[in-house]
Design a protein around this ligand. Structure first.
Ligand code: IPD
Ligand code: CA
Length: 262
């Protein structure tokens, strides 16, 4: 196992253990970060746990973390760790177990490692570029469903009224065409579900890299596809994101383009 993978798994598990303890107690204090976004004391503590493990192991790397922002260490600028200390903070705060820790590593802008840990369900997703996607050590693959009318689609959105409106427009159109359309409230978990073949897709107008970087590699390594809404391969510079099992991608993209052009 690579040093990077070992460290990322250790950081995700240690933060997850802390979060599970907090989840079982009363919800931790919260602040409003923006109009539709909260941050809890647990986000900050979980971030501290993760960053202290990774920074000790890789002091020369750069780090981008949701609450702490970007730290450039000026040594090795090829490697960037992308961390979300809790993805699904609102779920965590309302004691809904769908939340996780998400840790990714990019080299020269390309995601090469993704680790997601869901502490309540004890599910650990791991992917390394070119080596497949795994859930609790077992190889996972995206589903084989080919039609959106037989598919379970998921969605979420970046913060900001424009992104929220776009996702509502997509919801209105696609709910009637699919088996169902759900917002689970944690993009990283929804990406893990696409990789594990539990749902067919997730779409996010205005995705933020800490929510999705690890999950994107999982979907790709599980045989799925991840693009922006124009159909270009998703990169860390992209905004909108569509991740699917690959089979429903073209049909979904056609619908998304039609809705957003109206
Ligand atoms: C949130 C989740 C959610 C999405 C929100 C994100 P956070 O991340 O990924 O699914 O709809 O836009 O902010 O804030 O809980 O890390
Ligand atoms: Ca978060």
């Amino acid at each position: 196992m690579s040093r990077e993978k070992t460290a990322a798994i250790r950081a995700a598990r240690e933060a997850g253990k802390f979060l599970l303890g907090e989840f079982k107690k009363a919800p931790s204090a919260k602040k409003m970060k923006a109009r539709h976004e909260i941050v809890t004391a647990a986000d900050l503590k979980s971030e501290k746990i993760i960053l202290s493990i990774l920074k000790k192991e890789f002091p020369q790397h750069d780090f981008l973390s949701e609450e702490d922002g970007l730290t450039k260490n000026g040594g090795d600028c090829e490697h960037l760790w992308i961390v979300d200390p809790i993805d699904g903070t609102t779920n965590f705060f309302m004691r809904n177990p769908i939340f996780c820790v998400s840790i990714a590593l990019a080299r020269k802008g390309e995601i090469i490692l993704g680790v997601i840990y869901s502490p309540v369900t004890r599910e650990l997703y791991v992917a390394e570029k070119g080596k497949g996607a795994y859930l609790n050590g077992k190889r996972i693959r995206a589903s084989k469903r080919e039609k959106i009318k037989e598919s379970i689609l998921t969605f979420c959105h970046g913060s900001g009224a424009g992104y929220i409106r776009k996702s509502m427009d997509l919801f209105r159109d696609l709910r009637l065409k699919s088996l169902t359309l759900r917002q689970l409230g944690a993009a990283a978990i929804e990406l893990g579900f696409v990789a594990a073949g539990r749902v067919e897709s997730i779409m996010i107008p205005g995705a933020r890299s800490w929510d999705v970087a690890a999950g994107i590699l999982l979907v790709r390594e599980a045989g799925g596809k991840v693009t922006d809404f124009e159909g270009e391969e998703w990169t860390l510079k992209s905004k909108d994101m569509l991740a699917t099992n690959g089979k429903v991608h073209a049909e979904l993209l056609r619908n998304i383009k039609k809705v957003l052009k109206k």
